[in-house]
Design a binder for this molecule. Structure first.
Ligand SMILES: [Zn+2]
Length: 69
């Protein structure tokens, strides 16, 4: 599942857009909202209470950095 959030104002002037991708920590498959709320991967049955999340942050549409939790 990919959650995209378009440009919003953080603080006074910084404009950022974030994109969060959520993967199964076991098989690495993109999970959807249903699987996430059920906390279970439909493919491998892994518990998704702590899914793998990749957050990309873009400032003024130029990717600045990516954080992996
Ligand atoms: Zn899985």
């Amino acid at each position: 599942m990919i959650i995209e959030e378009q440009a919003k104002i953080i603080g006074a002037v910084t404009e950022v857009a974030t994109k969060v991708e959520i993967y199964c920590p076991n098989c690495g498959r993109d999970v959807d909202e249903t699987e996430l709320s059920a906390k279970k991967c439909n493919d491998c049955g892994t518990d998704l209470s702590q899914p793998e999340q990749h957050v990309a942050v873009a400032v003024t549409s130029v990717p600045a950095f990516a954080i992996t939790f």
